[in-house]
Design a binder for this molecule. Sequence first.
Ligand code: HEC
Ligand code: HEC
Length: 198
Amino acid sequence: MKLIFLVLGMLPLLAQAADMATKINVSSCEACHGQKGVGKNEFPRLAALEATYFVKQLQDFRTGTRSNPMMQPVAKSMSEADMSKYAAYFSKLPQPAAQPSSEGAALLAAGESLAKNGDWPNGIPACFQCHGAKGQGISPDFPQIAGQPARYITVQIANWKSGARSNDSVGLMKSVADKMTDEQIKAVAAYLSQGVTK
Ligand code: HEC
Ligand code: HEC
């Protein structure tokens, strides 16, 4: 009898221990994504990403419609509850300040023109038509692209072209990526990497 009371008395403690076990480990993400999720090179910025989009990407890495050898094992080890917790944490971090690009003025101007006006003769719509007037995103389906590292943006466009990333609804991004030249990709990635500009 005494033993039963003892066990019952421990139940809240056990529940607490289970909660601890599902606690998220943000520093494991920061090892690749940078302190406070600021992003660098091929590692995207996670700070201030929209939470629904964040969870969708983790689910897509898990199912493989978005393939990446570094991120897929991470996503596969997560429960749905973990995904929501990480999304909640990173979406609330402050947006890193805008950063000037070291690329030349002509390349940046070409990137700005593609982002704002597109390249209609070649069937490329303006990036900002879908991604918001400053590339700040339109919640929840169109992510913020301004302020992602240039290298990361370049890799994503290459992945849509190759099919390594096929998680965009009705192929919206693939149809854009397929029409872009290497020079256009370089230009728009450099322009966007500067952040949300005035
Ligand atoms: C070993 C390095 C590594 C670790 C550790 C890592 N990531 Fe990533 N993550 C990446 C890479 C690389 C990408 C970009 C993949 C691609 O090119 O599609 C990425 C992409 C993402 C994206 C998609 C972002 C976007 O804008 O589409 C999310 C969300 C994400 N990671 C969350 C996390 C979380 C949460 C953790 C910690 C639990 C984590 N990552 C740990 C390397 C890592
Ligand atoms: C017709 C609408 C549309 C246009 C135009 C468009 N995009 Fe996208 N883009 C999308 C959608 C939808 C997604 C999200 C796909 C998903 O759910 O993973 C996306 C995702 C992205 C991402 C991945 C962001 C991340 O962190 O996961 C990048 C980078 C990107 N777009 C760049 C561009 C660039 C550069 C242009 C202009 C040359 C552009 N997009 C034009 C619809 C569009």
